[in-house]
Design a protein around this ligand. Structure first.
Ligand SMILES: [Zn+2]
Length: 492
């Protein structure tokens, strides 16, 4: 595997060495690339009166303001600033900012070297944010970035212990201009392992995915939790052979242990031996992803960060102050290895319970920093008017966590609507569940209500029991890019 030698030295290096490497990469990236080539950040540095050379360590970053989603949106809608986050080198900028030795190399290399440089900085690929609440934002990649992403995914294969030459991965991620599908596919190109992309449920349907899986005899399944569970459940139903599967990688954070257990039971019924199920964390703005290492289902290692490519700071979301190692806070991201669209101090809006730690991983022994796997999104607290008195805060993510964990439930969906579709009426919270075979509907209704109240202090207006087929259809498992877990039907 390309450059894996670096990785072997890196993954278990002493913490001080890793921190020094991260500081040095950050300083060089700011000085030689971000400040000279990014119109947006040149302005940010100048306005903050911070010289690029003043950023020598990660701790120095706090002298600079944060970047927000709004900053990205503002730039995107303004034709004059649309490309402000994209690195745009020019001969003049290089002359002004690069050290002599690097410039000399360029000069002596002649036309071939200049072409190489142009190649490394010219975008040739784009992914978009999913944009639930706002316009999708474009993130460009150059050939250099695709190499970095490929290398990062190759290292993730290693952390996941997907190492054998005959590994076969089925990529069940939805086919779309989103990071997940392409990252997994690219991982196959870089590592030389077989990665078969099915495009997910919308492209091939449940049956097409299952047939592909049985034919390819995969060792690894990669996908979003809802669709992977749907497939392995169906595979058990149809007595399909999935006996070679040893790992499931899920494109989602904090998968409930109960759901992992349910998946593992289905895979065991299809002949699989011991299966590891790993969560990942990735977002469009990072153009990278981060993975857990194999553990028992009820513990998480956290996401292993590659400190030569990325910097995470953890801040108090109210004050913006950086919090100590291991403390809860919002994740703030700075890429230190990219070309194309680059962000510095980007506020992810993800609150990590347990923040980031530099303590060696107790599960794999790697000394890489790790981000805690329990993440909460600020936007996932929804205010609903469930009573006449006032809005009730409902944590839909927590609700999903409870429902996914319940062994009695095969599938679920939460629907928010207005009583009688009247915009002036109260909100209604309906929970739809498909029970496991042979369960009593009335008892299940009671149990669902009780568990939701215990975990979220909110009782659903009603619990509707549906057949599995009905619910799979309503969720759009075969028709949507991402299944519709939470449906908001209130008139806008
Ligand atoms: Zn680990």
């Amino acid at each position: 595997m390309r450059r894996i030698g670096d990785w072997r030295a890196l993954e278990r290096a002493p913490t001080q060495e890793l921190k020094a490497l991260q500081d040095a990469r950050l300083a060089r990236f700011v000085r030689e690339e971000l400040y000279p080539f990014s119109p947006h950040y040149r302005r940010v540095f100048d306005e903050a009166r911070v010289a690029p050379g003043a950023i020598r360590t990660v701790a120095d970053l706090r002298r600079l303001p944060f970047t927000t989603k709004q900053d990205l949106l503002n730039a995107q809608v303004d034709p004059e600033h649309r490309l402000d986050f994209v690195l745009q080198p020019s001969p003049e900028k290089i002359r002004a900012s690069w050290p002599l030795s690097k410039k000399l190399g360029l000069l002596l290399g002649g036309a071939a070297k200049r072409e190489e440089l142009r190649f490394a900085y010219t975008p040739n690929f784009v992914t978009f944010t999913t944009g639930r609440s706002s316009e999708p934002v474009a993130f460009t990649y150059t050939p250099h970035d695709l190499e970095v992403l490929g290398e990062a995914i190759a290292r993730m294969f290693d952390v996941a212990r997907v190492n054998a030459l005959d590994e076969r991965l089925i990529n069940l991620m939805p086919f779309a201009p989103h990071l997940a599908f392409w990252a997994v596919t690219l991982g196959g190109f870089t590592t030389g392992r077989m990665v078969l992309p099915t495009g997910g449920g919308k492209v091939m349907g449940t049956d097409g995915n299952l047939r592909m899986m049985e034919r390819a005899k995969p060792t690894v399944l990669v996908g979003v939790p809802g669709f992977v569970y749907h497939l392995v459940r169906q595979a058990r139903e149809e007595k399909r052979d999935l006996s070679r599967v040893h790992t499931v990688v899920l494109g989602a954070e904090k998968v409930p242990p109960g759901l992992k257990t349910k998946m593992a039971e289905c895979l065991a019924a299809c002949g699989a031996k011991k299966v590891h199920i790993l969560g990942t964390y990735g977002f469009t703005e990072s153009r990278l992803a981060f993975i857990e290492c194999p553990t028992e289902f009820d513990v998480s290692s956290g996401y292993h960060v590659q400190p030569d490519l990325s910097v995470f700071e953890v801040i108090d979301p109210k004050t913006g102050e950086v919090v100590p190692d291991g403390a809860d806070g919002e994740l703030v991201y700075t890429g230190i290895s990219g070309h194309g669209t680059c962000v510095l101090r980007y506020r992810t809006g993800d609150l990590a319970v347990g923040g980031q730690t530099w303590a060696p991983c107790p599960h794999c022994g790697r000394t890489l920093p790790r981000v805690a796997s329990e993440l909460k999104r600020v936007s996932e607290q929804h205010a609903l008017s469930l009573t006449k008195i006032k809005g009730t805060l409902v944590d839909l993510a927590q609700m999903g966590f409870v429902l996914s964990s319940m062994a009695e439930i095969e599938e679920w969906q939460v629907v928010i609507s207005k009583k009688g579709d009247d915009p002036l009426e109260l909100d209604e919270l309906e929970v739809r569940v498909a029970p496991r075979n042979g369960l009593d509907a009335e008892a299940l209704r009671e149990k669902v209500k009780k568990e939701l109240v215990a975990a979220t202090e909110v009782a659903p207006t009603r619990v509707q029991v549906l057949s599995l087929d009905e619910l799979v259809r309503t969720l759009g498992m075969e028709t949507e890019l991402k299944e519709k877990r939470f449906l908001d039907r209130r008139p806008k």
